[in-house]
Design a protein around this ligand. Structure first.
Ligand code: 5RP
Length: 238
């Protein structure tokens, strides 16, 4: 299914967008903008990664006010930090549908496709995103790309892993990296010509648990922070 949304060109990156210290401030700005969407009583999905770490800090600062919030974490690391900061973390199956999920991304293309899984948690992240009425992505500006490229993370079963990698082609196991559910994380390094076609091929390969391509229709909005401030892009999810 082709997207009927107009691709969104990103403003050109300046040197100020690429400065490593500034990138950390941009992640914080995107995360703090998203944190304002969280209100007491909500059921909230929490992603994984360094941008989400800023989100956890921002939510933790309001832990008293957010005592009625029930969080679902996409990784043990996120769950541990969230609890340390005074947030309530429950199991997804105990919480059910989420009001909002907030997560980072490794790449965002003009059509709103994402590559996720830099932290190897993309399977849980996809389940949590799909369980949320609103899925908000938070990124620093250098994550916007003109077209998606490798690597695309892939979670694979340990059983027959060499056969799975051979079927995928151009795919390598990430050193000493297991998913939160004990499967292996590999990176597909081949071309990403059409993300939907590749997503279907990866999903259709026996042994693949989940890949890190997130379709635009999973995403409600993308908050992109750069030297020019925080910009909001609509996603393809109503
Ligand atoms: C983890 C993810 C992360 O959201 C993604 O890798 C971005 O991470 P960071 O915010 O550290 O740049 O998908 O599996």
């Amino acid at each position: 299914m082709a997207s009927d949304r107009a691709p969104e060109a990103s403003p050109p990156l300046s040197d100020a967008d690429l400065d490593p210290a500034a990138i950390e401030r941009f992640k914080d700005a995107a995360a703090r903008t998203a944190a304002k969407l969280v209100r007491d009583g909500m059921r909230v999905g929490l992603g994984t990664g360094s941008t989400v770490a800023y989100l956890l800090t921002a939510l933790g600062e309001r832990a008293e006010e957010l005592r009625g919030v029930r969080c679902v974490a996409t990784s043990p690391a996120t769950a541990a930090v969230a609890r340390e900061l005074g947030l309530t973390v429950d199991e997804l199956d105990d919480v059910g549908e989420l009001d909002i999920a907030i997560d980072g991304a490794d790449q965002v293309d003009p059509d709103g496709w994402l590559v996720k899984g830099g932290g190897g948690a993309h399977t849980r992240e996809k389940i949590v995103a799909a369980s949320a009425r609103r899925f908000v992505v938070i990124v620093s500006a250098e994550k916007e790309v003109a077209r998606l490229g490798p690597p695309v993370p892939v979670e694979v079963l340990r059983f027959g892993v060499q056969r799975t990698l051979a079927a995928l082609g151009d795919t390598r196991l990430r050193d000493a990296c297991a998913s939160p559910d004990g499967n292996l994380i590999a990176d597909y390094a081949g071309p990403v010509e059409d993300p939907r076609t590749l997503a279907e091929r990866l999903s259709g390969t026996p042994g693949v648990v989940e890949h890190g391509l997130f379709a635009p229709e999973m995403v409600s909005e993308i908050l992109i922070a750069g030297a020019g401030g925080v910009r909001r892009r609509a996603g393809g999810k109503a």
